[in-house]
Design a protein around this ligand. Structure first.
Ligand code: GLY
Length: 375
């Protein structure tokens, strides 16, 4: 257990998070920013791809679930409804990020049929990205491309398959997980960002990257997506091979983390060089992995690993709740967590707050604080 001083710090970080999100909702109603520029949420600017709406609305659901506050529920419903049309969006591979963090908590709270219908439709839409030749869900880049990020979205297809007893959805989801594990999760537990396939034959061609340092490096956020994604897939399927992949990712993560347990943007970055290509921290990857490790600690069959995963998650949260990362003492900063990175080579949201970093930080803190409250 974290000591009571840490728990108090986590609770006050959550209160700060509520303040920041409330201010965003008041100043810019119905707006879904993706990253800050000099600490201010950016209103224009390149999205690269439109994948992050579920994180802002998802935080509102997290706040409501923890506090029971009616205003957070009202806001959560309002922001979730703005995303409903995305259930048919065939341009992105991110429908899990959008719907599992919004319509799923909403449905779990109310049991309303319409919310369930939206979730199932979103799962079916995502499954249409499946390439029979190659056996993977393709990324928004094109039919030849498989991203590690999709591991956090494929749980939506498992969910829809389980709920509808749909063997076709489950086939597609399992095939994608297996192909990803074979082609872009490496033996040592690290991951490539992308796998590229021949669309005519389905043959695997090479590992590649968009957001990492190089094709053969270990981009920190991609590894966090894999660790957490396979753990979610294990929870939904009971397939032990997914637990094994998640543990392999986690063991690599633990071996290579720096002392403060917050990763640099790429595990193979040259730390003798300055940011952004060198020693640039990536707080969002730390937050995602902390949330994933908390779950994995409850899933692994090894008591030693369970302790190591949980201790690492808490050490990361301890670091992220210090004012070096938490923007609590940074006047005028509109985000919650500083030192996140979106896209280094495109210079989008580098050393800034990023909306998924905010969400997974809130999610991880909420897991620990709520655990204590329900004891
Ligand atoms: N493309 C998803 C990410 O930036 O992690």
């Amino acid at each position: 257990m974290p000591d009571s001083q840490c728990l108090a710090r986590y609770a006050s970080a959550l209160e700060f998070a509520e303040t920041q999100v409330a201010q965003l909702a008041e100043r810019h109603p119905g707006y879904f920013p993706i990253y800050t520029k000099d600490g201010k949420w950016l209103h224009e600017g390149e999205l690269w791809t439109d994948w992050t709406g579920g994180f802002c609305a998802g935080m509102m659901w997290q706040f409501h679930r923890r506090t029971g506050d009616a205003e957070w529920r009202r806001r959560a419903e309002e922001y979730s409804k703005l995303l409903e049309h995305r259930q048919h969006d065939r341009n992105v591979h991110d429908l899990g990020f959008i719907f599992l963090n919004t319509y799923l908590p909403w449905y779990e709270l109310t049991g309303e049929q319409h919310l369930h219908d939206v979730l199932i439709q979103a799962g079916r839409t995502l499954a249409k990205r499946f390439r029979e030749k190659g056996q993977y869900l393709c990324s928004f880049i094109g039919p030849e491309s498989l991203f590690i990020d999709i591991m956090m979205n494929v749980p939506l297809i498992f969910y829809a398959g389980n709920e509808t007893h749909g063997p076709e959805l489950l086939r597609v989801a399992h095939a994608h997980c297996q192909r990803t594990a074979e082609r872009i999760v490496r033996e040592d537990g690290s991951t490539a960002h992308e796998g590229v396939f021949d669309t005519q034959t389905g043959e695997f061609l090479r590992q590649s990257t968009h957001q990492g340092k190089s094709a053969d490096s270990a981009w920190a956020r991609g590894l966090a997506w894999s660790l957490y994604g396979y753990s979610k897939c294990y929870r939904l399927t009971g397939d032990e091979s997914y637990l094994a992949v998640s543990e392999r990712n986690a063991d690599y993560w633990l071996r290579r983390l720096p002392e403060d347990k917050v990763p640099f943007w790429d595990f193979d970055a040259d730390l003798s060089q300055p940011p952004p290509l060198g020693a640039q921290k990536e707080s969002s990857a730390g937050a995602i992995a902390a949330s994933g490790l908390l779950d994995l600690a409850t899933q692994t069959h090894s008591p030693e690993k369970a302790k190591a995963y949980r201790d690492t998650a808490l050490a990361t949260l301890d670091a992220l709740t210090e004012p070096d990362y938490l923007a609590i003492d940074t006047p005028g900063w509109e985000g919650i967590l500083k030192h996140g990175v979106y896209h280094t080579t495109k210079n989008l949201g580098v050393d800034e707050s990023v909306m998924w970093g905010e969400f997974f930080f809130v999610e991880a803190l909420t897991k620990v604080v709520s655990e204590k409250e329900t004891r």
